[in-house]
Design a protein around this ligand. Structure first.
Ligand code: ATP
Ligand code: MG
Length: 386
């Protein structure tokens, strides 16, 4: 049997929520590792142990662990008795052949009833490695850190450890309706929400048949990409062109953008309601474009009756773009499309919409009827991972 020891951020897991979080992480890992072949996940003394029958599946497992929120780090580990002589011998045996000049041993005891302290274990195993390999102990920045985790009668040891994405297990923080355009920002915003434990329900507004389906296709590709973090996703495609046309014929041009946004908010909320979402989330960043000025954000917010989250509000475009590259959504986002908002965009959108004016413009629209009409024409796509 091969083992992987995974750690979660213990600080994030303090208090009464801890068992809930660990259960959720185990549950998510079971989904993430689906189809890997015989593998078993257990929560053991503050960490998770994954047992794997076929070591050749590691290359498939590794990227999946790297996308599982809640995991701080993970390492393929070897198992041996925690008897100190046997442990020392096993460590020496395993690292033989590694080109090794400097190293340190970092032991941890999950079980404080072990007869030796962690410092004792470091010293004894360290001395054995020095004797066997001639390598030198350096505490600062050694070539190799040999980690030992003692748990009862057994010990796990490893020297190669990988970073997980951190965050909280998806599902811990409820569901959020994420407005997913085909752009760079909104997939990053959805990712940030998922990383804080939210399950994302995706909503995309498209201008088809007035424009091509390109933006919807990008939204599908982005939803599929993000599904690796939550295993199952719903994407709602909302035909928005007709609604925009109605706004265009009734409202003054400078108000259009804000009116579109307020309609998006109402429809997204309706979708959110049917999916038990507690909040909306968008990729707005303060001041980036006309619809994201302080004044317009205030007026768009007013149309929402549930919390309206903007996880990127304080980030600039360079930071968001780098983030998009890191999470693998950038290449899709930069594909050309015709966003529904570029359809009927006024040449001089207002950057300080006045709520009274907006309300007056909306009084000429059948707001409820338009939401209802959108809900009737909505299309649902589902995605799964793996
Ligand atoms: P993005 O890169 O996310 O498109 P952007 O800088 O282009 O952002 P806007 O077009 O003003 O900014 O959109 C702001 C936010 O509104 C988006 O991040 C997204 O959450 C939401 N949004 C805009 N257009 C759509 C759309 N067609 N469908 C779904 N959500 C949208
Ligand atoms: Mg956009």
């Amino acid at each position: 049997m091969y083992y992987i020891i995974a750690h979660y951020h213990e600080l994030a897991l303090k208090g009464r929520n801890r068992p809930l979080l660990v259960d959720r992480l185990v549950q998510n890992l079971r989904l993430a590792l689906c189809g890997i072949g015989h593998c078993h996940i257990e929560s053991l003394a503050g960490r998770l142990r994954i047992s794997l029958k076929d070591a050749s599946r590691w290359s498939v497992m590794k990227p999946r662990l790297e996308s599982t929120f809640g995991i701080a780090n993970f390492a393929p580990a070897l198992y041996v008795s925690s008897n100190i002589e046997m442990l020392s011998a096993a460590v020496c045996e395993s690292i033989q052949g590694l080109p090794l000049h400097t190293f340190r041993v970092t032991a941890k005891r999950a079980d404080k009833s072990y007869p030796l302290t962690s410092v004792d274990v470091n010293r004894i195993v360290g001395a054995a490695v020095v004797e066997r390999t001639g390598a030198q102990v350096i505490l600062g920045n050694p070539e190799l850190t040999i980690h030992i985790e003692i748990m009862g009668a057994g010990a796990y040891y490893y020297w190669e450890r990988f970073q997980g994405p951190g965050g909280l297990p998806v599902g811990m923080s409820g569901k959020v309706a994420c407005l997913l355009s085909g752009g760079i920002d909104s997939p990053v915003a959805a990712y940030r929400m998922m990383k804080r434990g939210c399950k994302a329900v995706f909503i995309h507004f498209h201008g088809h048949p007035f424009v091509s389906r390109a933006s919807a296709e990008k939204a599908e590709e982005l939803a599929q990409r993000l599904t690796r973090h939550q295993y199952y996703s719903r994407l709602y495609l909302v035909p928005f062109g007709d609604i925009q046309r109605q706004i265009v014929v009734t409202a003054p041009a400078p108000l259009r953008i804000v009116l579109y946004r307020r309609m998006m908010v109402r429809i997204a909320e309706e979708v959110g309601r049917t999916n038990e979402c507690w909040a909306l989330a968008t990729g707005d960043s303060l001041g980036q474009v006309a619809s994201q000025t302080a004044g317009n954000i205030t007026v768009v917010d007013e149309a929402a009756t549930i919390p309206f989250l903007r996880p990127l509000i304080g980030m600039d475009k360079v930071e968001i773009t780098e983030h998009a590259q890191r999470i693998g959504t950038y290449e899709t986002s930069i594909q050309p499309d015709q966003d529904c908002c570029s359809l009927f965009t006024p040449p001089n959108p207002s950057t300080r919409a006045n709520l009274e004016e907006i309300r007056r413009a909306e009084s000429l629209l059948d707001v409820h009827g338009l939401v209802k009409q959108a809900m009737e024409k909505i299309e649902l796509k589902e995605f799964t991972f793996p």
